[in-house]
Design a protein around this ligand. Structure first.
Ligand code: FAD
Length: 323
């Protein structure tokens, strides 16, 4: 029987985040011909509605109020619950992003339902939705069955592939006005200070070039940016490199940093500690450069170069420039 699935569309820097389309792909696995609706807060954008429709949304709830132009947990929670009441979904999916991680438990508590977080996949078995999530920093996986109604889960970005846009699809746009309670308005965001980040967004990059403690300095990281620019890649870092102040913590990849799944991950001077691997092991192709042939990173690398990264990098730059 068809299921009604509600998903959250997230915007960042004037663009819908890829995770908005990934949760739609996840919703399709559940819907089985049922209805899929996306939620869009604070933005009356036909362009976004069309993009969501092309990736599988049958309906888009556009919720408008000045309080929704900026993320505030309680305001978003209240608006989200309004849409849940209106749409009456069988399942709700939200990206496991900083906003999703903050908002989902509050919504679950308010609706008095459970929440299954940080899933990398899902399947339907005997009419039950079975979610898969990594545990022990990605060393093992656990499967969880959802019994609540509606089923509520967060989906880790970059794991469920978004589907190709279907230009023939369209969606019904439902515009809702909304007034937050006085309680929700207690928190006011006065200013958002964005970290200046160079180039491509790390969490959505197709190519990531990451440096570890082996890069040895901030200046060393500048060389990574040079290669990143040629490749159209994002720069990442190990915690070792962040702790040593060679790179900003916003670049940290791993268990306590960002999870990336690019087509190509280049690890330079990174030992391959389990906590780092937890954030990049699902990359399609992993290339490692390390002067220690016993470095654990070589156990998961598809291609490994045993050598000094300061000798390998200039060769790489020359080769790439010659292409
Ligand atoms: P190191 O382990 O010091 O390795 C440096 C590597 O560079 C070595 O393998 C060395 O052979 C190589 N090298 C040195 N010079 C050169 C050269 N010239 N050319 C080539 N290779 C060279 N770590 C993360 O990355 N992300 C996380 O999210 C994270 N979360 C953590 C959470 C917890 C709770 C804990 C306890 C730890 C966490 N860590 C995390 C830290 C992790 O355990 C490692 O300490 C860290 O990943 C090591 O960083 P590194 O590989 O850059 O440094």
């Amino acid at each position: 029987m068809g299921q009604k699935v509600l998903v959250f569309a997230e915007e960042k820097n004037g663009k819908l985040r890829n995770v908005s389309f990934e949760v739609l792909a996840a919703a399709k696995k559940i819907a089985n011909g049922g209805e899929i609706a996306s939620i869009l807060f604070g933005l009356d954008s036909n362009e976004y509605v069309q993009a969501l429709a092309k990736h599988g949304a049958d309906k888009v709830f556009v919720v408008l109020d000045p309080s929704l132009t900026q993320y505030v947990t309680d305001v978003y929670k209240e608006a989200f619950i309004e849409v849940v009441k209106q749409f009456q979904p069988d399942a709700i999916l939200i990206g496991h992003t900083p906003i999703g991680r903050d908002m989902a438990p509050k919504i679950a508590a308010a609706l008095k339902i459970g929440l299954i977080t940080d899933n990398i996949d899902l399947e339907v078995i005997d009419d039950k939705i079975v979610f898969t999530r990594p545990i022990y920093a990605g060393k093992a996986f656990v499967k969880k069955i959802a019994y609540d109604s509606p089923v509520f889960a967060t989906i880790r970005p970059n794991n469920i592939a978004m589907e190709e846009a279907d230009p023939s699809r369209s969606a019904e746009k439902i515009t809702l006005s909304f007034s937050p309670s006085q309680d929700a308005l207690r928190v006011k965001v006065r200013d958002v200070i964005r970290k200046a980040s160079k180039g491509v967004d790390l969490s959505e990059a197709k190519i990531v070039i990451s440096g570890g403690r082996g890069v040895k300095s901030k200046e060393g990281f500048e060389k990574l940016y040079e290669v990143a620019e040629i490749l159209g890649a994002a720069v990442g870092a190990s915690r070792g490199a962040c702790d040593a102040e060679y790179a900003d913590y916003s670049l940290q990849v791993g268990q306590t940093g960002k999870v990336v799944t690019p087509d190509l991950y280049i690890a330079l001077g990174i030992s391959g500690a389990i906590q780092h691997v937890a954030g990049m092991s699902n990359s399609k192709v992993i290339v490692a450069v390390n002067k220690d042939p016993e470095a654990p990173i070589f156990q998961i690398a598809d291609y490994g170069i045993v050598g000094d990264l300061f000798e390998v990098l200039p060769i790489l730059v020359d080769e790439l420039k010659a292409l």
